[in-house]
Ligand binder design. Structure first.
Ligand code: ADP
Ligand code: ZN
Length: 514
């Protein structure tokens, strides 16, 4: 197969004139029958790397994809390009016809869910049809190290092993080094089959701020960004609430999107967003997967994402057209507290992994260094120390060593019995007497009044930072207790540095000058 033949087909089927990034590298392997794991960021054009071979090779490419909605999106897009494609899911009424076409070798693509792929009768079906390729979408789902483990993905390897002559193409946007190695093993792909695309999205300006006043901060962002944008909110209720408030406060067209909405409303809202040039979609993370809208100008997080992978994927929906775009995360200590609390509910063998993920996210939030550098290093790249296009590069925050103050704060939490909230502990540290302080005898503690007025303004950001890194954890009744490395800090064995951001009222787009 020559390069010209590939380019011809690219043009005929998709109307594109050139390959992007690593697409060509991936295609070369696939066309040569070599199994491959391609790690490509969202928007890099993963689908094309199996769809083009599916069209050019004899037989059918079986695509394993985790979500029915995603499959149907893909099916629509492929069919629109004249590719002979079908889905085989419980939601399809035309299954008998699809099986017929599959056996007759007249399908280029057959999308199936992993549950089906792992059933014995599906294996039998595969023996009766000509196969060209196995494509495994969202391949990180096969690894327990990934953030989205799906046990059914584990059954794909035995299935594919039964067809040793059919090459495999695993695709994912999100895999750290650890997960990558695991995906290769779990899917039976050799190490030489790994292709990693660059993760940098230079046109996205990253900014991460403390959530002082959510509505005000979002209003500022919307005022600076007239184009379409997405605001991610953590719950359905928050989505509804925020959509209403933003609409009232800004006059911009704003729509909600979450899995609890009527499917018709959901798809109508999605279609309206895709068609719009100034709409703001307030959504849960359910929104965005498989949506093809290149001109999204901003993605805001009204709370922390699940992980750095999640953050990268969600922010990656901005600026796919290559024009400047903004990613703004607004975080609060309570987000981390809640996430750490939820760790206890995770199955035991996954807790360590989840905790590591949360720590990595906390480090990104807390860093005074280049955000992009932290992100790219997380994905195994070796980026320059500064990028010039993130909040910290554009407006370097002051880095303050607050180890001593942290020891005072932690010891006040400890000495007051690890049951009081920040307000009370702060009063004790600042030496402010009130009824509760004197009634509990906290005015007689050695920590009473040991923080001077010069350090007072640092207490709150310090408390947030300690919560983000888990050294302070909330109790069930809204108090604070020691956690994580608190004892190391108290013993003087761990340092605490915080980045103080001087820019309160700005949201991310404006540069160094106000
Ligand atoms: P991913 O699955 O990696 O997030 P998609 O496969 O959805 O990305 O592709 C993202 C967008 O890029 C789509 O609009 C697709 O049509 C477009 N695209 C893919 N490859 C090319 C190419 N070689 N030239 C131009 N556009 C492309
Ligand atoms: Zn930077």
């Amino acid at each position: 197969m020559t390069r010209d033949a590939l380019l011809d087909q690219l043009h005929t089927t998709f109307g594109f004139s050139a390959f992007r990034g690593v697409q060509e590298q991936v295609l070369a392997r696939v066309m040569a029958g070599q199994s491959t794991l391609a790690i490509m960021p969202t928007g890099a054009g993963k689908s094309l790397t199996y769809q083009l071979p599916a069209v050019m090779l004899a037989g059918t490419c079986v695509v394993v994809s985790p979500l029915i909605a995603l499959m149907h999106d893909q099916l629509r897009a492929a069919t629109a390009n004249g590719i002979r494609a079908a889905t085989l899911t419980s939601a399809d009424m035309d299954r008998a016809e699809t099986i017929e076409r599959f056996r007759a070798g007249t399908l280029d693509l057959l999308y199936v869910a992993p549950e089906r792929a792992s059933q014995p009768h599906f294996r039998e079906l595969l023996t009766t049809a000509p196969l060209s390729l196995f494509a495994i979408d969202e391949a990180h789902c096969v690894s327990e190290w990934g953030h989205d483990f799906r046990p059914d993905y584990r059954l794909l390897r035995p299935l594919m092993d039964a067809f040793p002559d059919v090459p495999r193409l695993a695709l994912t946007a999100t895999a750290d080094r650890h997960t990558r190695a695991d995906v290769l093993t779990q899917l039976g792909i050799g190490e030489d089959g790994l292709i990693v695309a660059g993760f940098d999205r230079p046109n996205i300006r990253y900014a991460i701020r403390h959530r002082d006043s959510l509505l005000q901060q979002l209003k500022t962002l919307l005022a600076e960004q007239p184009g379409p944008g997405i605001v991610y909110a953590p719950t359905r209720k928050k989505v509804e609430e925020l959509a209403e408030k933003l609409s009232a406060a800004t006059g911009r067209p704003v729509l909600p999107y979450h899995a609890g909405l009527d499917p018709q409303v959901r798809s109508a809202n999605q279609a309206a967003f895709v068609a719009s040039e100034d709409m703001v979609m307030v959504a849960t993370v359910a929104f965005g997967m498989g949506i093809d809208k290149p001109d999204v100008r901003f993605v805001a997080h009204a709370g922390i994402p699940k992980s750095i992978e999640g953050y990268y994927q969600e922010t990656g929906r901005a600026g796919r057209d290559g024009d400047p775009a903004v990613a703004l995360m607004l975080w609060a200590a309570e987000d981390f507290a809640r996430a750490r609390h939820r760790l206890a509910e995770v199955e035991e063998h996954r807790q360590a992994g989840e905790r590591t993920r949360l720590d990595a996210l906390a480090a990104l939030v807390e860093t005074g260094a280049c955000r992009r550098a932290v992100l790219l290093r997380h994905f195994g790249e070796d980026p320059p120390q500064t990028c010039g296009n993130c909040d910290n590069c554009l407006d370097a925050p002051g880095i303050v060593d607050v180890t001593e103050l942290a020891r005072k704060l932690l010891s006040a939490v400890y000495r007051t019995g690890q049951t009081y909230g920040f307000g009370h502990v702060e009063k004790v540290l600042l030496g402010q007497e009130d009824e509760r302080v004197t009634a509990r005898g906290h005015d007689r503690l050695s920590v009473f009044g040991i923080v001077g007025s010069d350090e007072a303004p640092l207490l709150k950001p310090l408390m947030r930072a300690l919560q983000a890194r888990g050294s302070l954890v909330p109790t069930e009744h809204g108090g604070l207790a020691l956690g994580g490395d608190a004892r190391d800090v108290l013993k003087g064995e761990a340092a605490v540095l915080i980045a103080l951001q001087p820019r309160r009222e700005r949201s991310g787009r404006s540069g160094r000058r106000e």
